[in-house]
Design a protein around this ligand. Structure first.
Ligand code: IPE
Ligand code: IPE
Ligand code: MG
Length: 241
């Protein structure tokens, strides 16, 4: 399948880099009288469908917010469940994603994860590193502030003189080094906040918020977000005449 599908005529301009705050799994489950973890499972299932839709619609880069540096504050049972779901998803899905040309990357801090999970993530990144149909950054244990702190630490450790600290240098020390700034940030489930996601890279991102819960966010919804983006007037502080 390609984006020549009649229902999804190409939009212009297309965002190069789309961030997704995959929110609302818990509420999706509660509405069905299910435990929160059932919502997270449905969320991962949906991620598979959304990645396929992203390939079909021709989006080059996506960054998916899966677990924030603040999500450790949730009950231990939910945190453990989310780690298990990540492990299972890697076991089940990486082969297929690789076949479909998806390049998986991780952004965030792997330190607190178990050695097994770290190895599994590194193996998935290594296996898919030459794929070029879609770059999918998985933000797991990611926080925008923590990312900036890490970048500053690396710069200070390298003994860089203050005058040499530039926006470009900071960019090069973020987890997203080499990846263009995010153009469009989609948040599901209606919350109008950024929750520490790509706070540096999203300085001039366009935002799209839908009330749909993440497990129900489908290709039509994604396409609607792309269409809305294509109609925005991005000015970057200047004037478009
Ligand atoms: C998003 O869904 C997934 C994670 C934050 C891990 P939530 O778990 O935040 O779902 P709600 O916001 O409680 O509905
Ligand atoms: C943001 O959602 C993090 C992810 C989607 C992974 P949260 O549900 O954690 O955000 P808040 O707590 O509503 O701001
Ligand atoms: Mg939430």
């Amino acid at each position: 399948m390609s984006n020549s599908d009649d229902r999804y005529p190409p939009v212009s301009p297309m965002p190069v880099h789309v961030g997704m705050i995959m929110d609302g799994n818990g509420r999706w489950a509660r509405r069905r009288g299910l435990p929160r973890l059932a919502g997270h499972r449905a969320g991962v299932e949906n991620l598979r469908r959304v990645l396929r839709a992203a390939v079909e619609l021709g989006i080059p880069i996506v960054t998916l917010y899966a677990f924030s540096s603040e999500n450790w504050q949730r009950p231990a049972e939910e945190v453990q469940g989310l780690l298990n779901i990540l492990r299972e998803a890697l076991e089940k899905e990486v082969g297929e994603l690789h076949k479909n040309g998806v390049q998986l990357r991780h952004i965030g801090d792997l330190t607190p994860l178990s050695d097994d999970l770290k190895k599994q993530i590194q193996a998935a990144v290594e296996l898919t590193r030459h794929n070029d149909r879609l770059i999918a950054n998985i933000a797991f244990n990611y926080g925008g502030r923590q990312e900036i702190v890490e970048a500053v630490r690396k710069i200070v450790r390298a003994g860089v003189p203050p005058e040499a600290v530039t926006e470009a240098l900071i960019n090069e020390h973020l987890y997203t080094a080499g990846i263009p700034d995010v153009d469009l940030i989609i948040r599901t489930s209606g919350e109008m906040r950024i929750s520490n996601f790509l706070i540096w890279q999203g300085a001039y991102a366009e935002y799209y918020i839908t009330s749909v819960y993440w497990p129900d966010f489908d290709k039509d919804e994604l396409y609607a977000a792309l269409k809305a983006f294509s109609q925005r007037d991005r000015r970057y502080g200047g004037l478009n005449t």
